[in-house]
Design a protein around this ligand. Structure first.
Ligand code: ADP
Ligand code: MG
Ligand code: MG
Length: 240
């Protein structure tokens, strides 16, 4: 069942940056949104959350248009986002950060939400009393994902969760994203670590200069000669 559908969307800032993107996202799938630096990944991801200007096109959630809704209204309809870069409260404890993530919920709902995300990410339970800013980058990314999950989104947007992390931590973050499979969640993950993100994704959408280069099963995209040459350092002669 399609949960999110982009119909010929053009989005950007003072002028369009990402043009004519159409895409159907099925429920319970993990998507990689890949492309080089400046390809428009963040612009497209933010547009799904109402954080950029929509010049034309339609965005459907559960079949109903949402392109004119505010970010807060999209959260109420079941969307969540973890923006690119750090987005926690570094001087607050992990527990306090999780309380912030749940601040729109009632006291009892917040307690349940916190317990639910601690079960998803056991690494956080040992760190509840520590300042978020003292956690490793990978643990901070996991905390930020947990905060976004507390309100129970059905569509989670992750913008470069592996950015700036060591290879080992990147792997840990991807494993944590993969562990969300089966939680009734659709994940759209912008990434430059193409190998790492495609390994845990069902489908992939490739952006180049603000337009769609390719879309398909993650495995097929990973094995595509164009992708191997453009992003994975393959020799053009050998890739085919
Ligand atoms: P990516 O996430 O793939 O690296 P972005 O979506 O951040 O790419 O950027 C795509 C293009 O949009 C770039 O040319 C960038 O300069 C431009 N851009 C990004 N943010 C803004 C902004 N706030 N205002 C105007 N242009 C922007
Ligand atoms: Mg970038
Ligand atoms: Mg970006």
């Amino acid at each position: 069942k399609v949960i999110l559908e982009l119909q010929d969307m053009c989005v950007g800032y003072s002028e369009p940056i990402v043009r004519n993107v159409s895409l159907k996202v099925e429920e319970n799938t993990i998507w990689s949104l890949i492309g080089g630096n400046g390809a428009g990944k963040s612009t497209l991801l933010k547009s799904l959350f109402g954080l950029t200007r929509c010049f034309s096109g339609t965005l459907l959630l559960d079949g109903a248009p949402i392109q004119n809704l505010s970010p807060a209204e999209r959260v109420r309809k079941g969307m969540g986002i973890v923006p690119q870069g750090r987005c926690n409260f570094p001087l607050m404890s992990v527990r306090e950060n999780l309380e912030m993530g749940a601040y729109t919920l009632s006291h009892s709902e917040a307690k349940r939400a916190m317990e639910r995300v601690l079960q998803m990410f056991p690494v956080l339970r040992q760190k509840l009393g520590e300042s978020a800013g003292n956690l490793s980058g990978g643990e901070q990314q996991i905390l930020e994902t947990a905060m976004a999950l507390e309100t129970g989104p059905r569509v989670l947007l992750l913008d470069e969760p592996s950015l700036g992390l060591s290879p080992k931590m990147q792997q840990e973050v991807f494993e944590n994203v993969e562990s969300l499979r089966g939680e009734g969640l659709t994940v759209i993950m912008a990434e430059q670590n193409i190998l790492g993100s495609l390994m845990i994704s069902d489908r992939a959408f490739v952006l180049d200069l603000g337009t769609k280069l390719m879309e398909g099963a993650a495995r097929e995209v990973l094995e595509d000669p164009k992708i191997k040459v453009a992003f994975l350092g393959a020799d053009p002669e050998e890739a085919v």
